[in-house]
Ligand binder design. Structure first.
Ligand code: CTP
Length: 216
């Protein structure tokens, strides 16, 4: 099976010296890629800029911006059975990246941002036969409510609800706690643990035949 995983943040260029990004470390996505290979599958990892070493056996494709990530995911997803969007894709990018460094001439400047493509929504709309689409929901409030809205809105098969802004969970932490919501109504909570262990549990659930129903 080919499992496609995205990880890390994206960087949206302002000028040659600056960019907009977010706090994603890539740890969760890289752990998922490692777990995919360990479970005996082919894994392609499309990664934004991170300090992580690529897991052994993974085909790594490095990207910088959301548009670059979109381009790679679009082509790599055509023959992937499972796509996991663990990347923290920047929702907006500067309308125009300056080719030269912006100098501090005025006391105030305005940066106009435009929307980036929503890669998970595109995957949900263009799902191949038998393909499983998995997204994350990074939420600081109303975790399960917002996550189930994303599940429906983005036509995903699974959304992994991930609280952020709380000690030991989410961005840059070595640990995490998630709740997996399936489009078939399943709800599976994976309690606080190392991201590497959580990734193995997530993969097991995704690979189990039709485990998406019933609550645990
Ligand atoms: N995602 C994506 N493309 C984007 C933004 C997000 O593919 N431009 C994916 C993420 O990889 C994740 C899911 O969508 O799997 C949800 O991301 P999240 O940041 O939680 O939510 P958003 O869709 O960006 O919505 P909001 O920021 O309003 O919560």
């Amino acid at each position: 099976m080919k499992i496609l995983v995205s990880a890390g943040p994206t960087r949206e260029r302002i000028d040659p010296a600056r960019f907009i990004s977010n706090c994603s470390s890539g740890k969760m996505g890289y752990a998922l890629a490692a777990a995919a290979v360990k479970s005996g599958h082919e894994c392609v990892l499309v990664s934004g800029p991170t300090c992580m070493n690529p897991p052994k056996g993974v085909k790594l494709i490095r990207v910088e911006s959301a548009e670059e990530m979109f381009c790679e995911i679009r082509s790599e997803s055509s023959d992937a059975q499972i796509v996991i969007m663990a990347a923290a894709v920047a929702d907006y990018r500067p309308k125009k990246a300056s080719s030269s460094k912006i100098k501090k001439t005025s006391s105030r400047i305005l940066l106009e941002l435009v929307r980036n493509p929503d890669i998970l929504s595109w995957l949900g709309k263009n799902k191949k036969n038998g393909q499983m689409i998995v997204g994350f929901a990074a939420e600081s409030e109303s975790l399960l409510d917002n996550a189930s809205k994303k599940l429906r809105k983005k036509n995903a098969d699974w959304i992994i609800a991930n609280e952020i802004g709380r000690e030991g969970r989410g961005f840059d932490s070595d640990t995490n706690e998630v709740t997996m919501l399936s489009s078939e109504g399943g709800k599976i909570r994976i309690p606080l643990g190392k991201k590497t262990d959580i990734a193995v549990k997530i993969l097991k659930i995704l690979l189990a035949p039709r485990l998406g129903t019933g609550n645990t």
